[in-house]
Design a protein around this ligand. Structure first.
Ligand SMILES: *Cc1c(COP(=O)(O)O)cnc(C)c1O
Length: 393
């Protein structure tokens, strides 16, 4: 079949919830993807911040193949070795205490939300707790996660939302304080807002939220689904700040391509969910958690954090040059290998031009060109990206 025929069939059989770019991807190698016509793309999107190790990492692939031959699924009625090993690694990497594995980011959010509510319920036996989320946040598409997503465009057709969610302004501590009352059980924040436009939280904001939570016995949840797993140069983005959340959610690069997420909780609330409170059939299955486990091993072996810090300094320098050079590039925002360029011209036009020229970048919001490349990109890859992008601005 031609790529056109594949795309026509795709539109015939897949529910049209995405306006997909007009390419059919076929295989990957390192930081490059190839479409069914063999055209090569430099990948600065990584499947939306997922494929941190690049494509075709032999050790990763071998670990998965071995696990497929051994055991793929057990359910959570029994223990399995990869899940235990992976849980230990994500707990140690985050400095928290216990993990629950899910199949997606949104499910990790759902679990975190339930855990925070359960913690508050144990305290006052009320069932009407409130959660504070941020405007322009993104936490996922399931009903709980959607209710926390501060974007009315995503919510409106699907009301009523679950009740008790209030929205504050990101990086505005007073707007958070104004919403606190005795019903507040959790505050959820992305340390770097992703879909909302690549906005890093300020130090004052993160520390201020921690203090509000401490003073009022409120659970602080950091959504690390996009900004976690080394992307900002620390394993988790909250680690740039002098705070420790009570719960984090992680997914995207956690399994580097295998669908898996987790919520990870600290001392304060990690035992508030008890048998019967929460569950999942697939979550934490041996195949997915073997991937997680191998990802943590490879991050360490490959010194990923050091690499991210080095290459992202270079990326920032080069992107800042674009800001100086091009009138339609207003500013750069971001942390590590999570970078956004604010454009005055339609981002989608630039993204499409880049795809034509063999570069995959994505958007965040309506005016931000987003780059979330594999964490293994080199300075040469950055140069190559800049050369192509320059032709598209
Ligand atoms: C992608 C994302 C989610 C949702 O993850 P899914 O795996 O798509 O359900 C939640 N929060 C943030 C910050 C994300 O970037």
């Amino acid at each position: 079949m031609t790529d056109k025929e594949y795309m026509d069939q795709g539109e015939q059989y897949l529910i049209h919830t995405y306006n997909r770019f007009k390419i059919v991807l076929d295989k990957g190698e390192g930081v490059y993807l190839y479409d069914v016509n063999g055209k090569k793309y430099l990948d600065f999107a990584a499947g939306i911040a997922v494929f941190a190790l690049g494509y075709g990492n032999k050790e990763y692939n071998d670990a998965l193949k071995a696990q497929i031959d051994k055991l793929i699924h057990t359910s959570n009625l029994y223990y399995n070795v990869p899940a235990i090993e992976a849980a230990k690694k994500v707990v140690e990497a985050s400095g928290l205490k216990k993990a629950f594995f899910t199949n997606s980011g949104a499910e990790a959010i759902e679990g975190a939300l339930k855990m925070a509510k359960r913690y508050a319920y144990d305290r006052d036996k009320n069932s009407d707790h409130e959660v504070i989320a941020m405007n322009h946040s993104f936490h996922g598409r399931t009903m709980g996660a959607l209710a926390l997503t501060g974007n009315s465009h995503y919510q409106e057709p699907f009301g009523p939302m679950i009740s008790g969610i209030k929205f504050a302004e990101f990086n505005n501590l007073d707007s958070v304080k104004a919403l606190i009352n005795e019903k507040t059980c959790a505050i959820i924040v992305e340390p770097v807002q992703g879909e909302g436009g690549i906005y890093p939280a300020t130090k004052e904001f993160m520390e201020g939220i921690r203090k509000i939570c401490d003073d009022n016995d409120i659970i602080m949840i950091c959504d690390e689904i996009q900004c976690g797993m080394g992307r900002t140069g620390k394993m988790y983005a909250f680690q740039h700040y002098n705070v420790k959340p009570d719960i984090i959610t992680t997914a995207k690069a956690l399994g580097c391509g295998v669908p898996v997420g987790a919520f990870v909780a600290g001392e304060k609330c990690c035992d508030s969910l008890v048998p019967g409170d929460h569950g999942t059939t697939y979550g934490g299955n041996p195949l997915a958690t073997a991937a997680v486990s191998k990802v943590f091993d490879l991050f360490e072996e490959m010194n990923i954090l050091e690499h991210v810090n080095e290459v992202s300094n270079y990326l920032e320098e080069q992107l800042d040059k674009l800001v100086e050079q091009y009138d339609n590039v207003v500013t750069r925002r971001g942390k590590g290998l999570m970078q956004g360029l604010v454009l005055t011209t339609p981002v989608i036009d630039t993204v499409n031009k880049a795809i034509e020229k063999g570069l995959l970048v994505i958007s965040a919001g309506s005016d931000v060109l987003r780059m979330v490349p594999p964490l293994v990109i080199t300075k040469e890859n950055v140069d190559e990206m800049i050369e192509i992008l320059s032709q598209c601005l």
